[in-house]
Design a protein around this ligand. Structure first.
Ligand SMILES: [Zn+2]
Ligand SMILES: [Zn+2]
Length: 280
């Protein structure tokens, strides 16, 4: 985040926002700046990518499903914005710790002992590590001792839209984002790669809620897509994964997507419309 902070400082904060007497290195100024940048970045990413996905990818026929709630999109957006706001406090504490130089993030490829292959290895490592951690955190959030207090808020949306992607209880959202923050404190990672992966995971979260259930054939068994995740919203105890189906297979919670077997939300709507046309 130090690069983001430097860009924000040089282009906006130093010339237009803060008094000249407030040093860029001041801890309080850095925390306030990180908080502003985190909130603004997260909201713009969520609303921007969410809206593009909602208008160009999400099939609006899904809103005719009987389990689609009244004012659902409004509820999803409201819960997401509230969650982003509260999540930003512990998130900024971690970002500040990182900006202070306590992580294993590095600037130049030459600093990686494995060079470019090490960068690609770190991307694979990041995806594997975060997918594994989120799987187990997500399972913990479904445990009866925690479910109704935290994770239930995300599951009120049975037929999610892209805007459900960030609609969590703030503590639930933060716990599920924790693996992304922990990774660069354990493993070396290039700063630009980290930032790109952070944007990627936000977009991925949107796409698994976007109701586009198509997946290229050979990837159905490997990738946890929107078809898998809508079954998680509908049937709860299946497909907890984030990107891959690996940990669901290991943990015995894999369910082949209903939408790919002619029993998904679209099929249900088609059946209802056919019945309605028949009775007219
Ligand atoms: Zn869940
Ligand atoms: Zn979801």
């Amino acid at each position: 985040m130090d690069h983001v902070l430097n860009i924000a400082d040089s282009s906006i904060f130093t010339p237009y926002v803060y008094p000249a007497s407030w040093s860029e290195e001041g801890a309080l100024r850095q925390i306030v700046s990180l908080w502003l940048v985190t909130n603004l970045g997260a909201v713009l990413l969520f609303l921007g990518c969410g809206a593009l996905n909602f208008y160009y990818v999400f099939d609006h026929k899904l809103m005719m499903h009987p389990l689609f709630l009244k004012n659902q999109v409004k509820q999803e957006i409201e819960l997401s914005i509230i969650s982003i706001f509260w999540m930003s406090f512990p998130t900024v504490a971690i970002f500040f710790w990182e900006v202070q130089g306590n992580s294993k993030l590095f600037d130049n490829i030459s600093e990686s002992s494995l060079g470019w292959p090490g960068v690609f290895l770190s991307i694979a490592g990041f995806l594997f590590f975060t997918d594994m951690c989120i799987y187990w955190i997500h399972r913990f959030l479904h445990h009866k001792s925690t479910y109704k207090h935290l994770h239930k808020q995300h599951h009120i949306f049975k037929i999610p839209t892209p805007f459900a992607s960030h609609a969590f209880h703030p503590l639930d959202g933060f716990l599920q984002s924790l693996p992304y923050h922990i990774y660069p404190f354990i493993f070396p990672l290039h700063k630009a790669v980290y930032l790109s992966l952070f944007v990627f995971v936000n977009i991925w979260t949107i796409t698994i809620h976007d109701g586009d259930y198509r997946i290229p054939g050979p990837l159905i068994c490997l990738i946890n897509g929107a078809a898998h995740h809508v079954d998680h919203h509908l049937f709860f105890n299946y497909n907890y994964g984030q990107y891959f189906t690996l940990w669901d297979r290991i943990g015995g919670s894999y369910r082949h997507p209903s939408a790919l077997m002619g029993k998904g939300p679209h099929d249900h709507i088609r059946k209802l419309m056919a019945e309605a046309a028949h009775t007219q």
